[in-house]
Design a protein around this ligand. Structure first.
Ligand SMILES: C[S@@+](CC[C@H](N)C(=O)[O-])C[C@H]1O[C@@H](n2cnc3c(N)ncnc32)[C@H](O)[C@@H]1O
Length: 195
């Protein structure tokens, strides 16, 4: 009888140890995964550029699409992330180019475009957005941040052609006055129509 109680206690203790071990493994796994994802997606490119990966939410993508409605010409997304803006614009029939430095995001974007049957309209370039030839586009989308936008403004002034539209998500160009805005607060989109 004593033996069986001892065995039961030993089994319970062993099950408790297994549970603790699983918990430690789970937490350790989550920490490692976070580290790997951050290392892959954020840190190396953050060092090269102060513009980290933050994806547009559904409402932001919808607003960008509204601003593209009926527009002529091609679309560029400068810093295309996982390609959601590029794919959404391509779904509306636009020839759209995404410029992105992060190869993981580029791979994912190309895969998504391919799976959605958009590969002929949605193209992705592993290229610094400052090296993109903006003269090719009538519609330029950027979800940037103030440092990047300050640098970009000069390039936009030199390359954006008459009749083109620049769409800035969340942050506005530092010195240009927007033609119009859509949304409010951090959801604001700033529109610049070049005459
Ligand atoms: C705020 S995210 C926007 C992603 C996407 N446009 C969206 O709206 O969901 C900015 C993206 O720009 C990329 N990026 C940062 N610096 C860049 C550069 N110099 N050239 C190209 N892409 C860059 C980042 O890797 C990141 O994916």
């Amino acid at each position: 009888m004593d033996d069986s109680i001892e065995m039961e206690l030993a089994t319970l203790a062993s099950a408790e140890r297994d549970r603790s071990f699983l918990l430690v493994k789970g937490i350790g796994g989550a920490v490692c995964l976070t580290y790997v994802v951050n290392t892959a997606l954020v840190f190396p490119w953050y060092r090269r550029s102060p513009l980290p990966y933050v994806a547009s939410g559904r409402s932001q993508v919808d607003r960008v699409l509204r601003l593209l409605e009926g527009r002529p010409g091609k679309v560029a997304d400068l810093g295309s992330g996982d390609g959601r803006i590029v794919c959404a614009a391509a779904t509306q029939g636009f020839h759209t180019d995404g410029y992105e430095l992060n190869p993981f995001l580029l791979g994912y974007s190309r895969l998504m475009a391919h799976r959605k049957g958009l590969a002929s309209l949605a193209r992705f370039h592993r290229k610094d957005l400052f090296e993109a030839d903006l003269r090719l586009y009538n519609n330029i989308v950027i979800y940037g941040e103030p440092l990047i936008l300050r640098r970009l403004e000069q390039k936009l002034a030199e390359e954006v052609t008459s009749g083109s539209r620049v769409i800035c998500c969340r942050y506005q160009l530092p010195t240009w006055a927007p033609t119009s805005t859509l949304g409010e607060g951090i959801e604001t989109i700033y529109v610049y129509d070049k005459v």
